[in-house]
Design a protein around this ligand. Structure first.
Ligand code: COA
Ligand code: MG
Length: 293
């Protein structure tokens, strides 16, 4: 999973376009991009799209439901779970207990719809409120449903009363840098995918590319998109390059050839277990992206 494209759940036209966007995952949105009076209609459009699309071999389909405290969650789930989405995105997750609560609800919907228990994955957005950001350490163990953790800047700015999330030079200010950093740590602690947040200036391809490269450098392995034009940029940035794959193979090979010791030398450089782990992770990502491992 490299790219996850948001699509407003009430837009048949955008849903149709998204199908061929090249995104690894579509995030069919019932939350912020859908107005209050369009929620009910969006549930129907989203469910129909999910039904049509099952077994198509295209992107994985997730639904972003409304937050647990909105009173909309149960109707969202009742509607879309009949159409068997691959996963649910939980916004404004205020601690790992919210993931547990959603998971309990999913158990019921899975039972009602003859879906195998636990088959529906969950991606949680963990920094959209101050409380959520401060609770990032609660994602401290693997959860069988979690397929990723991500963060959000827009709702967090609103919650803390920040006028903007970025300074005059376009860099995130401290609170948002903290959110970005703790999401990487929480995702690692929960052994799941770290997914970087959206880049909202969808015409600024260079800005997006730069942000992708920084995210990849820092440990993110995927990024959300809001516009189809962002998908190829994200896919390219998060697909390991042929050089990186060759080097990872050489590292794994060097350890194997030496009988799997703690440390080896390669091209005059010391390599120990963290290098081996990093190489193995990169090869796993290359495999997932369809490159030969
Ligand atoms: N998914 C699928 N198709 C999309 C799309 C998306 N996220 N965003 C744009 N498109 C389509 C448009 O419908 C348009 O197709 P058309 O010409 O056949 O109608 C084409 O791509 C070009 O769109 P463009 O004119 O460049 O943008 P726009 O002004 O129509 O839309 C946004 C801009 C921001 C409203 C739109 O990109 C969008 O809805 N993004 C998702 C928003 C969202 O889900 N937010 C919640 C998470 S933060
Ligand atoms: Mg939001």
């Amino acid at each position: 999973m490299r790219s996850l494209l948001f699509v407003p759940g009430d837009s048949e036209r955008k849903l149709e376009k998204a199908r061929t966007s090249g995104a690894d995952v579509l995030l069919i949105d019932l939350e912020d991009s859908v107005a209050g009076d369009a929620k009910a209609a969006a549930r129907v459009v989203a469910s129909d799209f999910l039904k049509e699309d099952s077994n198509s071999g295209g992107p994985e389909l997730y639904v972003r439901i409304n937050a647990l405290d909105t009173g909309l969650t149960d109707d969202d789930l009742a509607s879309v779970m009949k159409s068997r989405p691959a996963g649910i995105m939980l916004p404004k997750s205020n601690s790992s207990r919210d993931v547990d609560l959603l998971s309990a609800k999913l158990n019921v919907h899975e039972a009602e719809n003859a879906i195998a228990e636990g088959a529906t994955k969950v991606i949680a957005i963990i920094t959209e409120t101050a409380a959520g950001l401060l609770a990032a350490p609660t994602y401290d163990r693997p959860h069988p449903r979690l397929s990723g953790l991500t963060w959000g800047a827009e709702d967090l700015s609103a919650d803390i009363g920040a006028r903007t999330a970025r300074d005059d030079r376009g860099c995130y200010t401290d609170v948002f840098r903290m959110a970005r950093a703790v999401t990487i740590l929480a995702a690692r602690a929960a052994t799941t995918t770290a997914i970087d947040t959206v880049f909202v200036n969808f015409r600024d391809t260079d800005g997006l590319r730069a942000e992708c490269l920084e995210a990849e450098r820092d440990g993110y392995t995927a990024k959300m998109a809001i516009h189809p034009a962002q998908v190829p940029v994200i896919n390219e940035a998060f697909t390991p390059s042929p050089e990186a794959v060759d080097r990872a193979k050489a590292i794994v090979g060097a350890f194997a050839k030496a009988g799997n010791p703690g440390v080896v030398g390669m091209d005059g450089e010391m390599l120990d277990r963290p290098h081996l782990l990093r190489a193995a992770n990169l090869l796993a990502r290359a495999n997932a992206a369809g490159l030969t491992g």
